[in-house]
Write a protein that binds this ligand. Sequence first.
Ligand SMILES: C[S@@+](CC[C@H](N)C(=O)[O-])C[C@H]1O[C@@H](n2cnc3c(N)ncnc32)[C@H](O)[C@@H]1O
Length: 237
Amino acid sequence: MREQTIMASSVDEVEIQKHNDLMDSWWSLDGALGVLLLFNRVRIPFMAEELVSSGKKLTANSLKGKKVLEVGCGGGIFTEEFAKLGAEVTGVDPSPLLIALAKEHSKVDERVAANKPTYLNTTIEDHSKQFPNHYDAVVASEVVEHVANIDVFLESCVAALKPGGKMFITSPNRTRLAQFFAMVMGALTVIPMHLMTYSKFRKLDEISAILKRNNCRVDKVKGLFYLPFMNKVFSNL
Ligand SMILES: C[S@@+](CC[C@H](N)C(=O)[O-])C[C@H]1O[C@@H](n2cnc3c(N)ncnc32)[C@H](O)[C@@H]1O
């Protein structure tokens, strides 16, 4: 069983193509992925504080010395923010087009250009074999609902973590409420209906069970609520 898991790929090419199709509007606040820019306002301070526990205002040095891997980085919306906070950040994505976009975009903001992320067009399966036990933190934000095999995906993410490192996962819950807001209301605004597949949404206990099988303890669970028409995010982070 374990061998089968290791042999399988986490990548679903149809999902990669769906994201490639959004390349031109990736960084647009009004585009289909503009919501990721909104998410940054809550996910970045939360994760950064979890990593350094300083209680202080975040600065360009807050994450200095921290090696962080973002898996499924796309065009770099999350990755760039951690670079601005001083992390040594690597972004991997199976899409060569999105990695090219991320590299190009890392020249735009001088704070990012001064601490450029390393962007690699690879899978987490391959990357974790090359860099086992390497990162202080691994981030998989809005990705697990797109992978072909979540067991392989999470097992590989954990393999890239240093012992005692932290893993951050964000993903829509498999509830009818999340389906209604993310998919139905989303489709009435800018998010293409086919971008997400309800049956691929994961329940918290499913993700927790896989993490536990990989010797991880779930520390914190937080909620985030996106209202497409108002383009607002509410959270208890
Ligand atoms: C919704 S985007 C999220 C981008 C980024 N994580 C963020 O939050 O700003 C999903 C990304 O996951 C990538 N992806 C899909 N399947 C993947 C897999 N099996 N392994 C790694 N990345 C994957 C896609 O290419 C796309 O860039």
